[in-house]
Design a protein around this ligand. Structure first.
Ligand code: AMP
Ligand code: MG
Length: 335
């Protein structure tokens, strides 16, 4: 009788312990890559692994940020025409991927838009409408086809004057993918990362004891809220469930200014040098490839609903919010 009581007591204690114990969770947030980055990892090594992720993200930012005078990209941007510039192999690879995608998007995506986007001033904090002639001459300095890459030696040569690179629409996606790779190497199996609109998830969200008992599962998909354009940050329009992969949104509400009742935002149509005007507020892409998801969301925004067909096969799902605030599924997630 006495032993039965002790056993029952122990059982209650164990159940209480299990019900309160959650898998170790660690979240860190930092302003990096011109945006707020938040990394949540699960497991006993969560804190150490998260720290390593931020070290890696800082390294990528330092290499890729065109607005940092010390970066590899700034060095390339300052190089004169015709000079063979030797690049850090990682930056070379990102540039190569971005140039291939520029071609696939038939120029809707273009990594050489810096002379134009600088004139709009949305990254410098002093936005304004550029003078038309100045804009036209800046536009003449753009065009991804004016860069010659040598893969064997990791070198780049500018073929016309003034070409300058901006990896702003691809670096965060690449960084998200690198972060996931690093976490896997560190033995982390579950993670949720938000790199300013670039979401990366891995392994689903681990469930607590009672949730596991009730559902018979160890994890559930992460719930990813899609931002309602022009509403306060965190106002959710739709929710996606995803255990593994990347969800990236490009929107006209992220960086913009208004003048004469018109909005001028940060996604540029490389054909005109003006903010893309495709009657879209936002495009969200789901993909297994983080780098491509980032480029795709920007390119699809520029292409608009009529021309999205061009790149539709390159991702798992596409969602659009149009000018009338209608949420549309352009390509549904099928698993
Ligand atoms: P995202 O927020 O990922 O759509 O990227 C927008 C950023 O990419 C802008 O702030 C610019 O730095 C750059 N960008 C703007 N338009 C384009 C474009 N058509 N192709 C490539 N990069 C662009
Ligand atoms: Mg992008």
């Amino acid at each position: 009788m006495k032993y039965a009581k002790i056993t029952a007591g122990l059982l209650v204690l164990i159940l209480l312990f299990l019900s309160f114990s959650k898998p170790g969770t660690h979240t860190e947030t930092e302003f990096l890559m011109d945006t707020l980055i938040s990394v949540t990892t699960y497991g006993s090594q969560a804190k150490t692994a998260t720290g390593q992720v931020f070290t890696r993200l800082r390294e990528i930012d330092k290499k890729c940020n065109a607005h940092n005078a010390e970066s590899e990209i700034a060095r390339l941007n300052n190089a004169p025409t015709g000079v063979v510039v030797s690049l850090d192999p990682e930056v070379f690879d990102i540039l190569k991927i971005a140039l291939e995608f520029s071609q696939a998007s038939e120029g809707a995506f273009d990594v050489t838009l810096l002379p134009v986007s600088r004139l709009w001033g949305l990254s410098s904090g002093s936005p304004k409408r550029p003078d038309e002639e100045v804009l036209a001459s800046a536009l003449a300095k753009t065009g991804y086809q004016h860069l010659a890459l040598d893969e064997t030696n990791c070198t780049v040569t500018k073929e016309i004057d003034g070409v300058q690179i901006d990896l702003g629409a691809v670096a965060k996606g690449y960084a998200a993918e690198e972060a996931i790779k690093l976490l896997k190497e560190q033995g982390i199996r579950h993670a949720y990362l938000d790199l300013g609109g670039n979401i990366a998830v891995m392994g689903g969200k681990p469930l607590g004891f009672w949730e596991s008992v009730v559902t018979g599962k160890k994890t559930r998909p992460f719930l990813i809220g899609l931002q309602q354009p022009d509403a306060p940050r965190g106002t959710i329009m739709e929710t996606l469930s995803l255990s593994e992969g990347y969800v990236v949104t490009s929107g006209d509400y992220e960086r913009y200014f208004e003048e004469g009742g018109k909005r001028y935002h940060h996604i540029i149509d490389p054909n005109t040098g003006y903010p893309a005007d495709t009657h879209i507020k936002s495009v969200t892409v789901v993909s297994d490839n983080g780098t491509e998801a980032d480029m795709l969301s920007t390119a699809l925004f520029v292409l608009g609903s009529d021309r999205m067909e061009l790149l539709k096969d390159r991702c798992k799902a596409i969602y659009v919010v149009d000018n009338q605030m209608n949420f549309k599924t352009v390509k549904p997630l099928t698993e």
